[in-house]
Design a binder for this molecule. Structure first.
Ligand SMILES: [Zn+2]
Length: 459
């Protein structure tokens, strides 16, 4: 009876939870509860000493994105524009080490500010309710056009030449050069021979097509299907959030592709830290499948060259896994970790519906890691497989820590290195990216300066 001593709060919410109908409803719900001490001790026994390699990558790229949606004018609150700001921070690990004088736990704020200037940010704007971008027939068509314009322009270009290393190039590359779309996003008509066929097939040089039925322009970026959530008068917040989530992962994948092609030895000595799980949610979720294959093939390609794969980390600071991790944290010895396999997730975190968590959305595996200093993180690493499947075998493989090899220790080393007492459960590149997100926008395309100045784009 957790509500007995609660006093009436704003809005009479506590009256509601005392209502017998609501109580009966809550009794029928299963949800995450604080484990008893005994349960937590039992869970903690399955944690193992966290591996370390004692090596660090030369450079760490941290990314972070935030969505906003605002009325375009105070007088017309239902006329909305959505914004996404994505920040990338490149941290030279050697420079970072120079930030704190030997023996000190504190970082020099002036040097930190200088590091901060190595950050770059991308801003995107998307039309919401009541806005017709470039004279489009509907808000949705304008939204599609805006997504295409912004994901194919300078903004996401990671190399001076051509469109290969833009998000547009990455979308094609992830689908081996042929991206299909089942039906026209404007009129909804599919292939004349049935929905088993793609109505449109996008290839290099044919990224924009015209629907023969309705005449609408159809774009490669429509394969992300984000526009499906957009209506003429509805709130665009959820579409903007989906866009943000997909774009953050596509930007990093584009950066990785460019380096794999032009500077593989630089890539091999890099880590990428993303804010949030390695997963794509909602309509664009299907790109989580090619992303599994993509990171696997990059690793194989580098291995063939005698190089190591880059470290890719999805760092979660909230969400169900972190809530669970915090609830047992005091029972975990420092310097331990555990793979969040489907059985563990099902027993202690949330029911796994189809016996294979993340089949539709994730491209990386979560691990709970308690550092030697006592902070708890949820760390995601790309699935170590050429393909993601919904099989029991995949469920076992993704949780087999042997398959991750030294990548696990390398990832934990990055987390250990950037863990800072100043930020509770935060990693500094992520903190840097967050701070950067609050600074005024810089023009797009600046990543080229960033890359050039760091000697990464001379290939
Ligand atoms: Zn059409």
């Amino acid at each position: 009876m957790p509500y007995e001593r609660e006093t009436a709060s704003k809005g009479g919410h506590s009256d509601l939870v005392r209502n017998p109908d609501i109580q009966a409803f809550l009794n029928d719900c299963q949800f995450l509860k604080q484990p008893s001490d005994e349960e937590a001790r039992t869970i903690a026994r399955s944690y193992m000493p966290a591996p370390a390699t004692g090596t660090l990558p030369a450079r760490v790229v941290a990314s972070d994105a935030s969505p906003y949606s605002d009325p375009i004018d105070g007088k017309f609150p239902s006329t909305q524009v959505g914004y996404v700001k994505a920040s990338l921070v490149l941290v030279n690990v050697k420079q970072f080490q120079e930030l704190s004088p030997p023996g000190s736990r504190f970082v020099d704020p002036f040097k930190l500010a200088a590091l901060h200037r190595n950050a770059d940010s991308y801003s995107f704007a998307l039309p919401g309710s009541n806005i017709r971008y470039k004279g489009a027939a509907t808000v949705k068509d304008g939204f599609r056009r805006a997504v295409w314009d912004q994901l194919s322009d300078e903004r996401t270009r990671f190399h001076p030449s051509g469109n290969e290393f833009t998000v547009r190039g990455t979308l094609l590359a992830l689908e081996s050069g042929h991206a299909g779309l089942r039906k026209c996003p404007a009129c909804g008509l599919g292939h004349p021979q049935g929905m088993a066929y793609d109505r449109f097939e996008f290839t290099r040089g044919h990224e924009v097509q015209r629907c023969e039925d309705c005449g609408a322009e159809v774009y490669l970026t429509d394969t992300l299907r984000i526009h499906e959530q957009v209506t003429d008068f509805g709130d665009c917040t959820s579409a903007v959030t989906r866009f943000m989530n997909a774009v953050e992962h596509l930007l990093i994948a584009t950066f990785v592709r460019m380096l794999a092609h032009h500077q593989p030895q630089v890539l091999a000595d890099m880590a990428f830290v993303l804010d949030g799980p390695l997963a794509i949610f909602g309509q664009p979720a299907s790109i989580s499948f090619p992303l599994v294959s993509f990171y696997h093939s990059i690793g194989e390609e580098l291995r063939r060259k005698g190089l190591r794969p880059p470290i890719v980390i999805g760092l979660q600071k909230d969400g169900q896994v972190m809530e669970h991790a915090r609830s047992i944290a005091k029972f975990l010895p420092n310097g331990t970790f555990r793979v969040v396999d489907d059985e563990y997730r099902n027993s202690f975190i949330a029911p796994v519906n189809n016996s294979n968590f993340g089949t539709e959305t994730y491209f990386g595996q979560d691990f709970i890691f308690k550092t030697e200093k006592g902070s708890v993180f949820t760390v995601g690493l790309p699935y170590p497989a050429a393909q993601k499947t919904a099989t029991a075998e995949f469920s076992r493989l993704k949780a087999d820590i042997q398959v991750y090899g030294e990548n696990l220790g390398r990832a934990f080393d990055v987390v250990r290195h950037f863990e800072l007492d100043l930020y509770e459960n935060a990693v500094i590149p992520v903190a840097l990216a967050h701070r950067h997100a609050s600074i005024s926008l810089t023009p797009g395309g600046k990543v080229l300066d960033l890359v050039t100045k760091n000697g990464l784009a001379n290939g």
